[in-house]
Design a protein around this ligand. Structure first.
Ligand code: GTP
Length: 346
């Protein structure tokens, strides 16, 4: 069985973070995001993994090539133009001519893929889709199944009064198992979406298409700033079952600084006297000056936070400068190299 990670999207919802760093390799607790997905595949014994690229492919390849010990065989496939999720699967076909686990490149999960594989086999499915239960189904496209878990219908973002959340609350988790026969439904070289083109065609042709419903598994699409931040808090607070957080970096913390024990630091961070870092992730080389506060936030590498500045519930890109006494309020997202003048409030 092969793994295919769809990692070619533009990641517009995560801008400005994705202007210089494509979403599949944005740092998540100081590791390129794709490493979490590769770990999940590897745990299920899938070591042949194709990365399907389109947007900033060289950056993704470059970042992954820096990681020495991935423990899997990676093939990079770059599309000549964006082909959509289904088109990308078709385009990668020459390297995925076997049963394939397809992962959207922005899903953080601790699921055990071997259970999904077992389910796929037991149903003799040609396609299996993983579904995640959500509290408010009205924001998503929903998937309707019968009692035997056969997929019956896709409902696109229904209004709250159109669905009964007690009966349908499962959404497409962006994780599929597909037999090579599915490739025949997708024309070569054309842009096709799984959700809008390929899955409806599968239903029309009555292909054995089943849904595996997550129960206790963690599932999150990290593609929005709120969700990206939440993924950090969940990871550093041990909510996910399988990922260890690396707290081994050498950092320089003043004795009078306050640093809680869930925060994570990259190599070479400097935390000055009376600064406070709470429930946050700081990338390598971040400086937090005297009496500054960083709370519930993610700060990318080499950013400097000047004295008395306060940052709460925000994401700050690489090499930014936060001026003295500046206040960065909840929900702020700053792109790389942003500079906030002294005493500003954002
Ligand atoms: P937004 O622009 O913020 O919606 O993000 P996105 O571009 O990643 O789109 P979306 O979240 O809908 O994509 C779901 C997954 O499919 C992501 O992992 C994308 O990287 C991937 N993807 C989307 N379009 C393409 C494409 O044309 N080619 C490839 N290879 N992957 C794609």
């Amino acid at each position: 069985m092969n793994g295919l990670i769809l990692a070619g999207g533009k990641g517009t919802r995560l801008r400005p973070l994705t202007v210089f760093t494509p979403k599949p390799v944005v740092p998540v607790v100081n590791k390129p995001f794709l490493l979490y997905q590769i770990e999940v595949l590897k745990r299920a014994g899938i070591t042949d993994i194709t990365l399907s690229l389109s947007y900033q492919p060289d950056k993704i390849e470059g970042v992954l090539n820096e990681v020495w010990d991935l423990g899997v065989e990676i093939t990079f496939v770059t599309e000549p133009h964006p082909m959509g999720t289904g088109g990308a699967y078709r385009f990668a076909a020459s390297s995925v001519n076997d049963t394939t686990i397809v992962f959207n490149g922005d899903i953080l999960t601790d699921c055990d893929l071997s259970e999904l594989i077992e389910f796929h086999k037991s149903k003799k499915a040609e396609a299996t889709i993983a579904l995640a239960p959500v509290e408010d189904p009205s924001r998503y496209g929903l998937v309707v199944t019968d009692d035997d878990n056969r997929v019956l219908e896709f409902l696109e973002k229904p209004k709250a009064d159109e669905v009964n959340p007690t009966t349908i609350n499962t959404i497409n988790a962006g994780l599929y198992i597909l037999e090579p026969s599915i490739l025949e439904l997708i024309p070569e070289g054309e842009n096709r979406s799984f959700e809008y083109n390929v899955f409806p065609k599968m239903l029309e042709k009555k292909i054995p298409f089943f849904a595996y419903i997550f129960k206790d598994e963690y599932w999150r699409d990290i593609g929005t700033p709120e969700s990206y931040l939440r993924a950090h808090h969940d990871l550093i607070n041990g909510v996910l079952k399988i990922f260890d957080v690396d707290r081994s970096a050498r950092i320089d913390v003043a004795t009078a600084a306050t640093v809680d024990n869930v925060s994570v630091f990259g190599e070479g961070c400097v935390i000055k006297p009376n600064a406070r870092v709470i429930n946050s992730v700081l990338g390598p080389g971040v400086h937090v000056e005297e009496k500054a506060l960083v709370e519930n936030s993610v700060i990318w590498s080499h950013t400097r936070i000047s004295s008395f500045a306060e940052i709460r519930d925000s994401i700050i890109g690489r090499s930014c400068h936060i001026g003295r006494n500046a206040v960065v309020n909840a929900g702020t997202v700053l792109g790389d190299k942003a500079s906030i003048p002294d005493y500003s409030k954002v």
